[in-house]
Design a protein around this ligand. Structure first.
Ligand code: 3HC
Length: 292
């Protein structure tokens, strides 16, 4: 069965990116958010990113306009009842995700695939709470979604081969490079990336070097596009904290434990670029390291 109608739930940083690339790849996309305000913010984000893609000559103005027409927006979950695939990109909270998938399970047709963009929860914990564990996968995108080429396609022990193949082909059709991952917290990339970011914070706690020198070190010494603290601010300090708590809870290994400094920065409301401050102050032309 071909996928043509895509549902995206959540229009934050990740959901808006997923909706954008699905629309620019030719799919009919319906996006659901909780409130009109969230929906409006998400719409603006998509529009801005599409305009940037036109500016960067990645997309023609005509293709942008056509993609925009393929997008529709709603606050009503029932509007997703005709979708071939629904991709969830809401808050990283199992209860909220299960509540959503429980409602969708009743509304959507037998053939609809459910996918979660979770960064650290297991797909099994969501799939097991529905009546369609065989039609449930993880589709884990990377930020910024329109630019990052990778998608992790995650199968549980219950995912059918047909569902996995459909999801894998779908990721391809979004212009992404899919890799197959088993369902363990953090999949492949976050399993390796999260301890790296947490370790950078631990080294900062130890006084090894300054925020900007550690960032410069990893960029110029290893050729990384961003240093670990810029990346923390980019991913979101609150998001990193949440992911690390979930992964620590799963593995009980120290390398996933949130360092005290991470907790302190979250407590101060410094969530990274999205809130204007994190390890850096982002309010000016250039990021300036904040007091630690
Ligand atoms: N649509 C399409 N393409 C776009 C675009 C858009 N809206 N905006 C920019 N681009 C293209 C540009 O044209 C450019 O392509 P080119 O190299 O072919 O010319 C490329 O994307 C890079 O854009 P810029 O030159 O504007 O930006 P930078 O060179 O400063 O790179 C960055 C920005 C891509 C964010 C880079 O710094 C980077 O790769 N950083 C690391 C990001 C990362 O690690 N992300 C993963 C985070 S972890 C995660 O998401 C998992 C989660 O679960 C936590």
């Amino acid at each position: 069965m071909e996928i043509s109608k895509v549902g995206v739930v959540g229009c934050g940083l990740m959901g808006s990116g997923i909706a954008e690339i699905a629309a620019t790849s030719g799919f009919d996309v319906k996006v659901r958010e909780m409130t009109d305000d969230f929906l409006e913010a998400g719409q603006k984000r998509i529009r801005k990113s599409m305009d940037r893609a036109v500016e960067k000559e990645k997309l023609s103005a005509d293709d942008r306009d056509a993609a925009w027409k393929r997008l529709s927006f709603t606050t009503v979950v029932e509007d997703l009842d005709d979708r071939d695939i629904v991709i969830e990109a809401i808050v990283e909270n199992l209860e909220s995700k299960n509540e959503l998938f429980g409602a969708l399970d009743v509304l959507c047709g037998e053939g609809t695939i459910f996918a979660s963009n979770t960064s650290s929860l297991t797909i099994t914990d969501m799939a097991a709470a529905t009546s369609r564990a065989d039609r449930f996968v993880g589709l884990h995108f990377f930020n910024p979604v329109p630019v990052m080429k990778l998608v992790e396609v995650v199968r549980t022990i219950a995912t059918s081969q047909t569902t996995f193949d459909r999801a894998f082909a779908f990721a391809h059709s979004l212009g992404k490079v899919p890799i197959a991952a088993k369902d363990n917290s953090g999949f492949v990339v976050n399993l390796l990336l999260v301890p790296y970011m947490l370790d950078a914070i631990r080294q900062l706690e130890r006084g090894v070097a300054s925020v900007s020198d550690i960032d410069t070190g990893m960029m110029l010494g290893c050729g990384y596009p961003m240093g670990p603290f810029t990346l923390c601010d980019f991913v979101g300090i609150d998001t990193l904290y949440k992911i690390s708590e979930i992964m620590y809870d799963e593995y009980r290994e120290e390398r996933y434990a949130p360092p005290p400094l991470l907790k302190r920065i979250v407590a101060m409301g410094r969530f990274g670029r999205k809130s204007g401050q994190g390890f850096y102050d982002w309010s000016g032309d250039k990021p300036v390291p904040m007091p630690i």
